[in-house]
Design a protein around this ligand. Structure first.
Ligand SMILES: Nc1ncnc2c1ncn2[C@@H]1O[C@H](COP(=O)(O)OP(=O)(O)OP(=O)(O)O)[C@@H](O)[C@H]1O
Ligand SMILES: [Mg+2]
Length: 246
């Protein structure tokens, strides 16, 4: 697998072992994966199969035990903290299941935080466009505690998108939301791919969510065991059943 410009992320031979000896856990057992530009990639698999571990390693939040990760052409696993922080700021957005907003900041301040830290400002019109797209125009002065779960996740999505990163990772972005709100958030994730060409990798347990993706990767026991192109919820459920990884 090569680091061609059409692949925003290229990972080779990723392993991740937690702990040593008898109690050690092999969370990832040799993952090769490329994330093509401008696509939505879904990652599915049973609890404990290594989905979050993989997201964290691809996003530079954790280091693999072995293997390499290229983000936008740069090998990140050997970077020092300062360089990695700079690269992450420029190239990576991350959306967590539990939002991870700063409680003392308003919605506006939370969204702008990645730019504020970098001493930057959004391009003209971009902040208003983005806030309109995520539907937060009349909520910008509220703090997270004054927002619903869906609104908090909208803030987190806008925060991930505001710096126009090369790739956004979302780890079960709807895992903490009711089904109606989940549908809205998923539509938003899809529209950021359509409208902004935002390369996105999303972990989900939901076949309907995965059916919105251009590609679905299935993880089991720390390995990628299957890959589907854009598929119907039915075909995704059938694949899960065949793999016996429910
Ligand atoms: N910090 C850690 N220390 C020890 N073991 C860990 C650590 N993080 C994850 N693991 C283990 O690695 C394996 C993979 O965990 P991971 O969180 O990646 O799974 P997951 O697919 O995201 O599961 P879920 O669907 O429940 O979120 C599990 O066996 C887990 O217990
Ligand atoms: Mg997880």
């Amino acid at each position: 697998m090569s680091a061609s410009p059409s692949n925003v992320v290229v990972a080779n031979g990723i392993t991740r072992q937690f702990g040593e000896g008898d109690t050690s856990v092999h969370a990832l057992r040799g993952i090769d994966v490329c994330i093509p530009s401008g696509e939505l990639t879904a990652v599915m698999g049973p609890s404990g199969s290594g989905k979050s571990t993989l997201m964290h390693i691809l996003a530079g939040l954790d280091k693999p035990t072995a293997g390499s990760v290229h983000i936008a052409g740069t090998e990140i696993t050997a970077l020092g903290d300062t360089e990695l922080t700079k690269l992450r700021r420029r190239h990576i957005g991350f959306i967590f299941q539990f939002f991870n907003l700063l409680p003392m900041l308003t919605a506006r301040e939370n969204v702008l935080l990645p730019l504020t830290i970098a001493g930057a400002k959004p391009g003209p019109g971009w902040f208003d466009e983005l806030i309109g797209r995520v539907g937060l125009t009349d909520r910008l002065t509220h703090r997270p505690a004054e927002l619903s779960g869906g609104q908090q996740q909208r803030v987190a999505i806008a925060r991930a998108l505001v710096s126009r990163p090369s790739v956004v990772f979302a780890d079960e972005p709807t895992g903490n939301l009711d089904s109606t709100t989940s549908g809205e958030i998923l539509a938003l994730m899809r529209s950021s791919v359509e409208e902004y060409g935002q390369t996105t990798v999303m972990v989900t347990h939901d076949a309907n969510a995965a059916a919105m993706a251009d590609r679905v990767l299935f993880l089991a026991d720390g390995q990628i065991v299957q890959e589907l192109p854009r598929s119907s919820p039915r075909d995704i459920l059938l694949a899960i059943e065949k793999l016996g990884i429910r």
